[in-house]
Write a protein that binds this ligand. Structure first.
Ligand SMILES: *Cc1c(COP(=O)(O)O)cnc(C)c1O
Ligand code: SF4
Length: 353
């Protein structure tokens, strides 16, 4: 009985993945999209629209559609950078970036449940040479040899698209390293393929606490009964959940949409962590928003809704400078040994220095 159920669960998410739209032929049949030039787009940047995420599209051109359906603008962009965050240069071994003193970014998977058109690693996701069992072993070796690393951030691609066995093995090897305090997994699966969060997977993850998951929702329409269940299973296993949202033109670059998303995330026990300015990645310029729009959105959040709804608005500096938080200007000046501070309603208060 139990075996049957296990197989059913596994075949459910891998079955869904297998039914993804990956060719222009399938795209035309399903969504009636047929633009000249798309052939070059999907040969350069892979497409995968799984049936679950496809089912969230309500109208052609809506926020879900724009995140997953290829656009000819992806190959017309001459302004973006191939490797906007200089991850490769800051990489002591393939797939591992050591930019900050005490933590590393470690890519362990090249696959995703859906290939986001705005992805900042779109030059390499979906390509088999991005990650190998050799690069994973070398990464673990590097982490073991560097005692200053206390936080490992698993990313990709999507680490939760690996098999349960592979995930178990990577986490076990990391947990055996005594200087590793926390492990973080960055995964879009709770949003793009929530069926991947199975009881078996959750049981494995729960063995490696303290373990944090940062997921990635960009629009309130992505919060569904299925994603709610996936997040509940993870939260019930004691895994704190955060969200790293990307600000995207025509998708969520609106204070009302972001506020609604942040509030809804809290209802599914996901704590907003970062709101990112979209990176300057080649092929994504049609998603970029002006910096002032992000600041305006932050103004409309801070004070207007619960503080735990308010993420850090951050830019990841081109060239590998790291993340920098940006705040609306709440300090408006200094007068007579007092700081002039503006509250969320725009009223100025004095505070002694
Ligand atoms: C984002 C990132 C981290 C983690 O940053 P936090 O601010 O600690 O969440 C670590 N390493 C690299 C290379 C990163 O890009
Ligand atoms: S899930 Fe993340 S890594 Fe994968 S395509 Fe989307 S943004 Fe890129």
């Amino acid at each position: 009985m139990i075996m049957l159920k296990k197989n059913f669960r596994k075949s459910m998410w891998s079955g869904l993945l297998a039914q993804s739209i990956t060719t222009l032929n399938e795209l035309e049949k399903t969504l009636h999209v047929n633009e000249p030039g798309l052939k070059e787009v999907v040969s350069r940047y892979p497409m995968r629209i799984n049936p679950y995420y496809l089912g969230l599209i309500k109208n052609k051109g809506d926020a879900i559609y724009k995140q997953c359906v290829p656009n000819i603008k992806e190959i017309m962009d001459e302004t973006g950078f191939e490797d906007p965050l200089n991850e490769e240069e800051l990489s002591p071994v393939q797939g591992l970036t050591h930019r900050y003193p005490d933590r590393v970014l470690f890519l362990v998977s090249s696959k995703c449940a859906m290939y986001c058109r705005f992805c900042n690693r779109k030059r390499k996701v979906g390509h088999s040479k991005m990650v190998s069992s050799k690069s994973i072993q070398e990464g673990i070796k590097y982490i073991r040899a560097h005692r200053e690393i206390r936080d490992v951030l698993l990313s990709g691609g999507d680490p939760l698209l690996l098999s349960n066995h592979e995930i178990d093995q990577i986490l076990r090897e990391l947990r055996e390293i005594s200087h590793i305090q926390i492990i973080r997994i960055g995964s879009r699966v709770p949003c793009t393929l929530p069926q991947r969060i199975t009881p078996q997977l959750v049981k494995i993850l729960a063995q490696y606490h303290p373990l944090y998951i940062n997921t990635h929702f960009n629009h309130p329409d992505e919060i569904t009964p299925q994603s709610t269940l996936a997040c509940a299973m993870l939260a019930n296993a004691g895994i704190p959940l955060g969200c790293q949202t990307v600000l995207l033109k025509g998708i969520n670059d609106d204070p009302k949409i972001i506020k609604s998303l942040m509030q809804k995330l809290l209802t599914i026990r996901v704590r907003p962590y970062y709101l990112f300015q979209a990176d300057l990645a080649r092929g994504t310029s049609h998603f970029w928003t002006p910096l002032r729009q992000g600041i305006k959105i932050m103004e409309r959040l801070q004070g207007h809704t619960s503080g735990i709804c308010v993420p850090h608005f951050a830019i990841d500096l081109p060239g590998g400078g790291g993340k920098v938080p940006l705040l609306p200007a709440y300090v408006t000046g200094i007068k007579n040994n007092h700081l002039l501070l503006r509250n969320y309603k725009g009223i100025i208060y004095k505070y002694p220095l």
